[in-house]
Design a protein around this ligand. Structure first.
Ligand code: ME8
Length: 654
């Protein structure tokens, strides 16, 4: 990649959201992925256009408005405004927020309708069939569940019998099949293409694209002189992707077309992968590179819905845990395309482990070491002399990560960046710069700190699109600017940062112990993140004298020598080992210890440790932990505190 990227145009879209409900984490998920892609694309130098907006027509919206005693437009204004406010609060970097009630959009859709009509792809007929208002979708009898239920949402469909205009979708069957065959990455993830190919190969009916039984929609072009019809909401909605660029009005931005990627949820893949390319073929416009369909976020394995009271409000989650942590979690936790279950526990684990321990702590180590050794100064001049090997390892990983982004393997992209962080954390442990400083190898110690700082800088550049705010703090602390120039210098050209001075900053991701949101449906935020922070600050203010305890107080803790008789890794956990510890109490204690990075299960078995024996049991990753091992952690890693000589099991520590 080089600065020739500046001429490349990249157009990224989210679905436009129905204004019949407020946003939940599913909507936030799509929007955050798109925002990440757009930010990344700008950073690497592409001329980028990022579109989001709201879908405001159709029977569903008009019914929702009527139920609230509002006109559809009043209702749409209100909810559309809420979406926009949410994305602004989330600092979503959209270039345009389109509303399907915008005049330019309506004009553009009418022009498109006219063009398809003139081409002979639209004809007038009569529709008789089943319609699901919730999904705004037509179904054949054969598709219904128990002769009535919508195959997508299960709600009853209604029989619609009305005059309608039709789009000759059946004419595009072969062209669509050819498209999927010649462009195996048109639908992402690729595994999702199969169901679309099967659907199309099973035969396509012409598509009813107008309605007469209600009027909340875009009218047909005036030349058709057929006032009682409004356009089918999906025709109207899909066209937003071109009308937003000015199709049919001011076409200045049409050079962004075709889209690089339309991001959608799997529920609306069919509309985007079948109807949309067929419409575009009819309009003789080029087709998008990718339709990328992500999975569903569920809550305890169930689809989120208001009636179940299990809807997660993205704003409340972001307010409690921090926007960037929420973004990281959404992008990292679930492989793109798969469903994911939202849980605060999983979010907390990601924050404490990936963000706090791996990322935040590395920055602490940089500022700690540089502060101690060199008055915070970092000079890269000897990095190559001493650390070519580590740099090569880093660059070997980084040069392959870019392709993961537009292939929608974002979780993998992040996994790879964390491997790079591990190289830095490991180098500190391997080279022990504190010993280098002690025995006069100062130059080497400085080179090590500079290596780690450079690794942090490189990872930060590539993480900026994921966590823009936290990364800007890291950049400030490292004294670097994250922009296209830095990207070219240190990522593309594999260069090193110039001499810099580290600024100490507060912990980026303070540890979180307990869930911060009280209920599953996140109605109330009982303790916002401020509370633990305030408490942490309070603790700092306590003087040493205030902190003294009596001997009785100390002996409230029962400390004993135990032997680890069994140790296994906890699946899916980066940190935890599950230990059975014999304290001479008859029954072993099960202890989940966060030491997997520092000890292998095998090397622990048969060794002794100091154990807090009267700790209240707690559940970690669904398993009980009945005690705690004493350990000490510093720049040199984590080490268990053990008796100097073997002791009888259960011996009290005093
Ligand atoms: O379908 N998990 O709008 P919509 C993950 N207006 N993503 C979810 C989700 C969940 N539980 N729930 C919703 C529409 N989404 C049409 C789109 S585009 C031309 C017209 C996301 O408000 C997902 O992206 O029902 C889904 O596709 C989108 O929200 C649907 O939003």
């Amino acid at each position: 990649m080089s600065d020739h990227n500046s001429c490349k145009k990249v157009y990224i879209t989210t679905p436009i959201y129905y204004v019949n409900d407020i946003a939940h984490i599913g909507h936030a998920y799509t929007t955050i992925i798109a925002d990440m892609l757009a930010r990344y694309s700008r950073l690497v130098g592409y001329d980028t256009f990022f579109l989001t907006g709201t879908d405001e027509h159709g029977q569903k919206i008009s019914t929702s408005a009527a139920q609230r005693g509002k006109t559809p437009k009043e209702y749409a204004d209100e909810i559309s405004g809420k979406f926009k406010t949410l994305w602004d609060d989330f600092d979503i970097s959209y270039d345009k927020f389109i509303r399907t009630t915008d005049e330019e959009h309506k004009t553009g859709v009418q022009k498109a309708f006219q063009k398809m009509f003139d081409k002979g792809d639209i004809y007038k007929g009569n529709y008789e069939g089943n319609y699901c208002v919730g999904c705004e979708t037509f179904f054949t009898d054969a598709q219904l569940i128990d002769e009535e239920g919508c195959p997508d949402c299960g709600r009853p469909t209604t029989v619609v019998k009305e005059e309608s205009y039709f789009f000759r979708l059946s004419n595009y069957e072969d062209k669509l099949l050819e498209l999927y065959k010649n462009n195996p990455e048109f639908i992402l993830p690729r595994a999702k293409a199969k169901e679309i190919v099967n659907f199309v190969a099973g035969g396509l009916n012409d598509l009813s694209i107008s309605r007469t039984s209600f009027d909340w929609g875009v009218k047909l072009p005036s030349s058709m002189d057929d006032d009682k019809h409004v356009m089918y909401v999906w025709l109207d909605a899909l066209m937003n992707y071109i009308t937003a660029l000015g199709y049919g009005t001011d076409e200045a931005n049409m050079d962004f077309w075709p889209a690089k990627v339309h991001l959608v949820g799997k529920d609306i893949l069919r509309f985007h992968a079948i109807f949309w390319p067929a419409f575009l073929m009819s309009l003789e416009l080029p087709l998008p590179d990718h339709i990328a369909a992500h999975g569903w976020w569920t809550r305890d394995g169930e689809k989120m819905s208001k009636s179940k009271g299990n809807v997660v409000n993205p704003k409340e989650v972001a307010d409690a845990y921090g926007l960037d942590a929420f973004r990281y979690f959404m992008l990292r936790e679930v492989p793109f395309g798969q469903d994911g279950d939202f849980s605060q526990r999983a979010l907390i684990d990601r924050i404490n482990s990936d963000l706090g321990n791996d990322l935040g702590n590395l920055l602490n180590r940089i500022s700690g070491m540089s502060g101690k050794y060199s008055d915070f100064k970092i000079v890269s001049k000897d990095v190559i002399k001493y650390h070519q090997k580590e740099l090569d390892e880093v660059h070997a990983i980084l040069q392959n990560v870019e392709q993961l982004i537009f292939n929608m393997q974002i979780h993998k992209y992040l996994e790879e960046l964390w491997k790079v962080l591990t190289i830095a954390n490991k180098a500190i442990g391997d080279y022990e710069p504190w010993n280098m400083m002690k025995d006069g190898r100062e130059e080497q110690a400085m080179a090590l700190v500079a290596l780690v700082t450079n690794i942090m800088a490189k990872v930060s550049v590539l993480l900026e699109s994921v966590m823009p705010h936290k990364i800007s703090q890291i950049a400030k602390s490292l004294g670097i600017t994250i922009d296209n120039e830095t990207y070219i210098n240190i990522i593309v050209n594999k260069g090193l940062i110039g001499d810099t001075v580290i600024t100490k900053i507060d912990a980026l991701f303070p540890r979180i112990e307990e869930p911060l949101l009280v209920t599953a449906d996140v109605q109330k935020v009982e303790e916002k993140v401020q509370k633990p922070r305030q408490e942490a600050e309070k603790q700092v203010e306590i003087t040493e004298e205030d902190n003294l305890i009596t001997i009785d107080k100390f002996f409230e803790t029962s400390l004993k020598i135990g032997t680890i008789v069994e140790a296994v890794e906890v699946p899916k956990s980066k940190k935890l080992l599950k230990l059975q510890v014999d304290l001479g109490e008859g029954k072993n204690k099960q202890i989940l210890a966060g030491i997997k990075e520092f000890y292998s299960a095998d090397e622990l078995v048969g060794t002794q440790a100091c154990v807090v024996a009267n700790l209240k049991p707690a559940k970690l990753m669904g398993m009980m932990s009945e005690g705690m091992l004493l350990a000490a952690k510093d720049e040199n890693g984590l080490h268990l505190i053990r008796p100097e000589k073997p002791k009888i099991i259960g011996t009290k520590i005093s």
